[in-house]
Design a protein. Structure first.
Length: 200
């Protein structure tokens, strides 16, 4: 069976919402012709429908390598990340794709779903505010809750972050908390050291 035939069968299954069967056919098409981003993007779409967001993002990266000038992999990646709840990474992907194809209104549509989530800091910029934040944490006696309370109170007075969409604000804060709670660095910090306890 040719790549195009597998792709056609995948589309038929996708229309019928048979995600796993669609994935099988799209995967075969992509394996037969890995240079065609369209096959990979449909595979990513099926994975997204199945909730396999990380796998979908990985396939989008393959599509970017296959066709570097094609903005659609960035759109598909952004869509998967929005549905995963990683709004900051989604914004980064969508803005990159939008620069390549400003006329595609889908980028603006999905960027709106990102709310106020910032794009990830470019390499080399992460940690650039450490000195100021270290001083702020020290001013709050090393206590995280009072420091965050100060930050949120500042945002309340100086932006419409909480007023414009309170539900989104709560969800975004939850997403950011989960992002760092699930990170390897956070897990390492939370694990007890040899001979000690997590609270020691």
């Amino acid at each position: 069976m040719s790549a195009e035939e597998s792709f056609t069968l995948g589309n038929e299954e996708f229309v019928n919402q048979n995600w796993s069967k669609a994935l099988e056919h799209f995967s075969r098409a992509a394996e037969a012709d890995p240079s065609k981003a369209e096959y990979l993007l449909h595979k990513a779409a099926a994975l997204t429908k199945m909730g396999s967001f990380d796998q979908a993002v990985a396939v989008c990266h393959d599509a970017m390598k296959a066709e570097p000038s094609n903005p659609k992999p960035y759109l598909r990646k952004g869509m998967a990340l929005v549905q995963k709840g990683d709004l900051s990474a989604a914004r980064g992907a969508l803005e990159a794709g939008q620069q390549m194809d400003p006329s595609n209104k889908q980028f603006a549509t999905w960027l709106n779903k990102c709310g106020d989530a910032p794009a990830p800091a470019p390499p080399g910029q992460a940690g650039q505010h450490d000195e100021a934040l270290r001083g702020m944490l020290g001013a709050h006696g090393g206590q995280v809750y009072p420091m965050l309370d100060t930050v949120f109170e500042y945002l309340k007075r100086n932006s419409d972050f909480f007023d414009r969409n309170p539900t989104l604000a709560v969800d975004m804060i939850g997403d950011l908390s989960k992002k760092y709670a699930d990170s390897p660095a956070a897990a390492s910090a939370a694990s007890p050291s040899p001979g000690g306890s997590a609270g020691g």
